[in-house]
Design a protein around this ligand. Structure first.
Ligand code: LIP
Length: 268
């Protein structure tokens, strides 16, 4: 049995880091809502013409990065919009300033600010803030997950995959989208229904809330999945990569424990 490194933080310290993530996500989300109209005047594309980034994405990440520079100067940062920083503390922050950017751009619901922090054992504290719905999801290691002030638990009452509501997402790469659509053709007749929201972080929170029975996606970035992964696990979901360590693109599956293996069989 491989020895797990000691946790870098005590439960109380992880709770403090959770509170910091909640505060920063709140501030960044309120900025994005306030500045949305101006932000849309500066829109670029990244990996493909479908992969957009707005001035709000960049401003929100810069705000979080500057908060961490004073609050946590020795921690590393991995940010979607390039605010990467090496650290010496052993803690790493994963920042997705606006997850669900397409929804943000089209003024649709389903975009969030996603912030998580990890040590060598994985994600230890996180926050996902949905400013439109005014929903703050958060968790810390062995501390449970909450939505605003209510505890979260995954749905465990769905008896079979045929009665399950399964969420997924699609890549910005057109070739990968084609193969993702082909998988859907196989999966759709075997489940109750499919949902595609457009934000991995929010999808994992909806799994934690029991609004989905499962969520899977191929090729997510670390910043997309970090915060929601911990929230879903602390709410009782089983969340794993179905691909071997280091294999890209990685296939993520989160599900109620009684549905995980059957769904994993179909999507791999
Ligand atoms: C999004 C992911 C989502 C995926 C979208 C997009 P972004 O991240 O959270 O799961 O299906 O295509 O990649 O680009 O909005 O930060």
């Amino acid at each position: 049995m491989s020895h797990q490194p000691d946790s870098l933080a005590s439960p109380a310290e992880w709770e403090n880091l959770r509170a910091l993530a909640v505060a920063m996500a709140t501030e960044a989300g309120q900025m994005a809502i306030a500045d949305r109209t101006d932000a849309l005047s500066l829109v670029d594309t990244k990996s493909s013409i479908a992969d957009i980034v707005t001035a709000a994405d960049k401003a929100a990440e810069e705000h979080i990065r500057s908060r961490l520079a004073s609050a946590r100067p020795d921690d590393a940062i991995v940010g979607e919009e390039g605010s990467n920083r090496d650290g010496t503390s052993g803690f790493t922050w994963f920042l997705d300033p606006i997850d669900g950017t397409t929804n943000f751009f089209y003024d649709l619901p389903g975009w969030v600010v996603s912030i998580a922090v990890s040590d060598a054992n994985g994600f230890g504290a996180s926050a996902v803030f949905d400013p439109v719905a005014d929903e703050m999801y958060s968790a810390h290691r062995n501390g449970g997950a909450t939505l605003n002030d209510s505890s979260l638990s995954v749905r465990t009452s769905t008896p079979s995959l045929a009665q399950s509501l399964v969420a997924t997402g699609f890549s910005y790469d057109s070739d990968r989208r084609r193969s993702q659509a082909q998988l859907l053709v196989e999966l759709l007749p075997q489940v109750r229904d499919i949902r595609r929201l457009g934000s991995a972080a929010k999808d994992l929170c909806l799994l934690a809330k029991g609004a989905y029975d499962a969520y899977y996606e191929l090729g997510l970035n670390s910043w997309d999945l970090a915060a929601g992964w911990l929230i879903a696990v602390e709410a009782g979901a089983r969340v794993e990569f179905l691909t071997a360590e280091g294999v890209q693109p990685a296939l993520l599956l989160g599900a109620a424990p009684n549905l995980f293996d059957e769904l994993a069989e179909i999507i791999t």
